[in-house]
Every structure is written in C-alpha cells, then in structure tokens.
Write a protein that binds this ligand. Structure first.
Ligand SMILES: Nc1ncnc2c1ncn2[C@@H]1O[C@H](COP(=O)(O)OP(=O)(O)OP(=O)(O)O)[C@@H](O)[C@H]1O
Ligand SMILES: [Mg+2]
Length: 253
C-alpha cells in the first residue's frame, strides 16, 4: 500500500522500547518521518541510531511500542507478511555490507534477484542504469576489494536503489570519507531523493551532511528523541546537550 495521503507520515513510531540484556537501547521513541523528504537522524555514538534504523524495516522488532509504515502496523507482522513491506524500502548499512566475493554488478543485482526478477536483460539494464545514476558507469565487473571507500559507498547506494524503493534508509553514508567525497555522496542522496520522490532517512553524526540534505532532523539522545523539527530550529535550539554536540563537532551556532 502506498501512502494514501500526502500528509500522512511514512513512518510513525510510538513509545518504541528495545533492550539488549539489561541495556535499554531505545527507551520510548516516539517520532514521525514525513514522506518524500529527507530526515536526518543525528546523535552521539551509541545513542541508538543504527538500532532505530533497523526497526524501520522490521529487521529488528521492539520489545514494546508501535511502528507504522504508511499507516500499517508492522510489529505484529510475520516475516512473510513483512516481505512486501520491505520491498518498499532500500537500505544502505553502516559498513556498506557488500558481498566481497561478488562483482559490483552481481552485488547490485542481488535485491532484484531476491525479489524474484529472473529476466537477465531486465537485470542488466537496471544495474547499468543505477550505476550511471551513482556516477560509476560501466564498473559492473570490478570486485569490491578493488574499490575506494567512496566507490564502495556509491555501489552500496546503487544496490539500495536498484529495486526502485519508495524509501531509502542510509546508515552513515559518508563515514570514513574525506570532506569532498562526503559532499558528493550527500548531494547524490539529495538528488536521488528529489528525482525519485523518495522518503529518505539518513543516520549521520556529520553536521555538513545534515546541512546539505536535511529537510527534517531528529536528534537522538540515549535512546530517546531530544529534538524533532527543521534544521533552523535545531541550530537555534538552546538545549544544553544539543549545543554541546554542536560545539564538540565545531559546528558553531
Ligand atoms: N546486537 C546487539 N547486541 C547488544 N547490544 C547492542 C546490539 N546492537 C546495538 N547494541 C547496543 O545498543 C547501543 C546503540 O547502538 P547503535 O549501534 O544503535 O548506536 P549508534 O547510535 O548507531 O552509534 P554509532 O554512531 O557509533 O554508529 C550501543 O550501546 C550498542 O552497544
Ligand atoms: Mg550506528
């Protein structure tokens, strides 16, 4: 089901709680992520950003609370019922998670094959098209181990986009990249979001990434939402914890 109303949030979480052993990682997360925009999730290391992102496509399930996608509750769905929900969503994991034994082309083709696409010509042309979009045309035959960090991120982005999802989840898409490459990847995500009218959720602790791509920002602190709103509101926010985060990052404000 597509989001029926343009003002309906793509994701809506209510009091999501998740713990590992005695560690409470998400302590009651309530948030809404608007559709067809880019939301950046900021926060310190260990705040629970990656764990939160994996709740958005049901890879992780909360101990309690509600996760809705386009109005549909997903926490009660079986793995089988989650399949069509996950098809709406492409994900770029924090470490890229490319298969090192497969070529670039085979890596990118993987989500299509997983979705049951068998037509080789269709796969070949979808892979070629998305590689052009991420500005790596003709690199299908390369092995991931021979790529630079920035190229690996772009291949991972191509793999997240190849099945033409409605939503793109990216975990630290610019980690480990120099500022120029980081800007290139950020602008690429922005362009893809606009061209394909995607709902994008980008986890980052890089303020430059946030400034380049965020329409909406969520600041996560110790498993709870500390701020949700627009960028201007965050930069003017007088919350001591958020100010400390900005000054530690040299972000001023
Ligand atoms: N599978 C797991 N088992 C046990 N603890 C976990 C697991 N995954 C995450 N955690 C814990 O949950 C907390 C939040 O982890 P998470 O990876 O979401 O942080 P993060 O905000 O993404 O940090 P970073 O910016 O460093 O990527 C951490 O304390 C982490 O140790
Ligand atoms: Mg993380």
């Amino acid at each position: 089901m597509s989001a029926a109303f343009s003002n309906q949030p793509f994701f809506s979480l209510n009091e999501v709680k998740t713990r590992y052993g005695i560690k409470k990682v998400l302590r009651g997360v309530t948030l809404q992520i608007p559709q067809s925009q880019t939301t950046v999730i900021l926060g310190c290391s260990g705040a629970g950003k990656s764990v939160l992102l994996k709740h958005l496509n049901g890879l992780l399930r909360p101990d309690s609370g509600s996760v809705r996608i386009c109005g549909e509750e997903i926490t009660t769905l079986s793995e089988r019922q989650l399949v069509p929900v996950r098809r709406k969503i492409g994900i770029l994991f924090q470490d890229g998670a490319l298969f090192d034994s497969l070529t670039v082309g085979e890596n990118i083709a993987f989500p299509l094959q997983e979705r049951g696409v068998r037509d080789r010509a269709q796969i070949t042309s979808a892979v070629a098209e998305v590689l052009e979009e991420v500005e790596l045309p003709g690199e299908q035959a390369k092995m991931p181990s021979t790529l630079s960090g920035g190229m690996r991120k772009r291949v991972a982005l191509a793999r997240a986009l190849v099945s033409r999802p409605e939503c793109l989840l990216c975990d630290e898409p610019t980690a480990g990249l120099d500022p120029v490459l980081s800007q290139t990847i950020s602008l690429l995500i922005r362009r893809m979001t606009e061209e394909h009218r995607l709902t994008s959720v980008v986890v980052s602790h890089d303020l430059e990434v946030m400034r380049l791509i965020a329409d909406h920002v969520i600041f996560l602190l110790e498993g709870k939402v500390r701020y949700a709103g627009d960028l201007a509101g965050l930069e003017q926010c007088e919350d001591d914890v958020i100010r400390a985060f900005f000054s530690a990052k040299g972000g001023g404000g």
